[in-house]
Design a protein around this ligand. Structure first.
Ligand code: AMP
Length: 295
């Protein structure tokens, strides 16, 4: 099967309207292209739940707070289309920036709370750009379901919040982070790592997992996190922007592991910024005690 490439929103809308007349369920998977297994896992999940799947490919200038990062972002539309055809996506929607943001474009979607802190603190304007483009893509596609990766955990929360707040009639479904065999979270930016950096990169996930074990064994959060920050630097990362424990359901900062949590990190390896996160479930005995206390 080939995947049709659509660039104009009116064309996308008429295709989706025809699908709807046939009673088909439609899913959308927003991406910035340079597709890897992480993206394709979301496409497969979408194909399992919907009759038709639209994958969007748009390198959104509004979410890059660094011009060099935008210029260096990989653009591989031809290969992306081939990968999508091989998994069976129905449409690749790849609009031009001039159509997404025509002369006079003046609206911004800004999500307070969950956009603040973590990546929001280090990438000013990033989540406003994400929220604005995701709102447009969800409304343009008119899909029933939209798929996002847990790899970008804060982004997932931003999207869930804006969909609720703006009453966008779409269900948001999260997919787990897909990793390389050595544990490195797949990312389009991994292609920028030198060979030596690529060998160091998996240490980030490894340290996260070790840190989760220590947290779950009941050690004090702040001490464990500051040792982990040091380990990341010793492994060869040049800077740890943040390593934080947050509540899994609303990203609230937490000082002790008394609810299901997430450990999130952003760190620089040479010129490349890597992010990752892992779930921190409560140890069974703590969960039982908390449940009893709540009863
Ligand atoms: P991006 O192209 O980086 O904007 O990512 C598009 C979508 O793919 C987002 O929902 C990401 O969270 C998701 N994604 C990126 N990398 C991964 C991964 N390694 N595993 C699962 N989902 C991912």
């Amino acid at each position: 099967m080939s995947t049709a490439i659509v660039r104009i929103v009116s064309e996308l809308r008429s295709i989706v309207a025809a699908w709807r007349r046939e009673g088909l369920r439609v899913a959308v998977v927003p991406t910035m292209g340079a597709l890897h297994e992480g993206h394709l896992s979301l496409v497969r999940a979408a194909l399992a739940k919907a009759d038709r799947v639209i994958v969007t490919l748009f390198v959104n200038p509004k979410q890059f707070n660094n011009a060099d990062d935008l210029a260096a972002y990989p653009r591989t539309e031809h290969d992306d289309a081939a990968k999508l055809a091989s998994v069976g996506a129905h449409i690749l929607y790849a609009p031009d920036a001039a159509d997404m943001y025509p002369q006079g474009f003046a609206t911004q979607v800004s999500v307070a709370g969950v956009s603040e802190g973590l990546c929001g603190a280090f990438r000013p304007g990033h989540f406003d750009g994400v929220a604005t483009v995701v709102t447009k893509l969800l409304l343009q596609s008119g899909a029933d379901l939209a798929f996002f990766g847990e790899k970008d955990f804060q982004q997932l929360h931003v999207v869930r919040r804006l969909v609720r707040d703006l009453d966008i009639p779409i269900e948001i479904i999260a997919g787990p982070t897909v990793r390389e065999a050595d544990g490195l979270a797949m990312s389009s930016r991994n292609a920028r790592l030198s060979l030596a950096e690529r060998r160091t990169a998996p240490r980030l996930a490894e340290i996260l997992v070790q840190t989760v074990d220590r947290l779950r064994s009941g050690e004090a959060v702040e001490g464990v996190l500051s040792e982990a920050r040091q380990k990341i630097l010793t492994a060869g990362f040049s800077n740890v922007e943040y390593l934080e424990l947050r509540a899994n359901d609303d990203l609230a900062p937490i000082g002790r592991l008394d609810r299901p949590a997430r450990l999130l990190v952003a760190a620089w390896l040479g010129q490349t910024r890597l992010i990752d996160n892992v779930e921190v479930t409560l140890p069974k005995c703590a969960a039982a005690v908390l449940q009893q206390a709540a009863a």
